[in-house]
Design a protein around this ligand. Structure first.
Ligand SMILES: [Zn+2]
Length: 74
């Protein structure tokens, strides 16, 4: 996912890139099993202009369990 993001960002104008990074850093990904949080940016994600879903099935880096993680802003 980080590779895809890098490709997308490389195609963007500089001003868009900064905006996309700032917007992505506002989003937090919360594990339903252990409650650990990470920023979406740190997990290699990209969210901009509020596109995409607000849930993300993935394996948690903290507890190792697969669960539907919730994305919240702020
Ligand atoms: Zn967890």
């Amino acid at each position: 996912m980080a590779i895809l993001r890098t490709c997308i960002l490389a195609l963007m104008p500089q001003s868009w890139r900064a905006s996309a990074e700032a917007a992505t850093r506002e989003w937090r990904v919360i594990c339903p099993n252990c409650g650990s949080t990470n920023t979406l940016w740190d997990l290699g994600g990209l969210r901009w202009k509020a596109t995409g879903s607000k849930v993300w099935p993935r394996r948690c880096g903290a507890c190792g369990k697969i669960g539907v993680h919730t994305l919240t802003r702020g």
